[in-house]
Design a protein around this ligand. Sequence first.
Ligand SMILES: [Zn+2]
Length: 309
Amino acid sequence: MKLPFAENSTNQNERYVGRFAPSPSGPLHLGSLVAALGSYLRARQMSGKWLLRIENIDPPREQKGADTLIKRTLEQHGLCWDDKVIYQHDSHQYYEQALSALFNHGHSYYCQCTRKQRLANPKGQPCPCSELTLASQGSATVLRNTVGIREMTDIALGAIVFNSEMNDDFILRRKDGLYAYQLAVVVDDIHSGITEVVRGADILPATAFQLALYRLFKLPAPVYMHLPLVLGENGQKLSKQNHAPALINERAASNLCSALGILGLNVPLGMTNATVEEILCWAQSNWNEALIGNKANAFDNRIDAPDSI
Ligand SMILES: [Zn+2]
């Protein structure tokens, strides 16, 4: 399957390229800082590039001005990205190319089911639309998941076995025309030549879907490292939806120390008055993925689908 944007990938020489990819649905919180910092440290340690991508494929969930706030917060925390910021709204042509390639090779079908009908399907069974030739108009585009990725190896978490639900067919483009996260993230990572994805463990289950797309595109997938999630007092993960408090930029140094603690690296007491630059420089020399190791026990390596997928 030919993907024109893959041939024009900005990374022909396979240099390390990482990224941080927040959605502009609100300001960054401590959980997002952990993901940003983990991916930044890996990229800097590998003398690679660290890209910033604003994932604005879902305009109804977008908060006006959030991208500016995110960029300011990253800068205040010393996390300066390389190249110009990538916005997903500039990538629709690549999503379309990928959708056409998949459809033309019989890897997707149009589905007119409602969400309720889809959920009512027996588990492991594709919806009846997969047998029909429906119009694209008013339909969702669904991937025929013939690949069925069952396992992967994560740099931090080791061997992962996916729940069978992660082998179900999945939506590439919603009925309302919006591109699904699974499609956009893979296309963007291919286009930017990303070699390693470092992100929060909440996205770990979805990696099965993303790996299936790489397999169908016949392209090598990046290496993955999933980082510990930050839990709030109620035991739920910190997220914009849960109204996690925004990072206070004036406390950048202390925020970085908290984030490093979650990544398994405790900043020594002697560094209490260190600047943002000093903390980052020290962390670059002292942090590695093995420090997350014991925190990985917090995850059940048998991964279930979260509600949002
Ligand atoms: Zn259907």
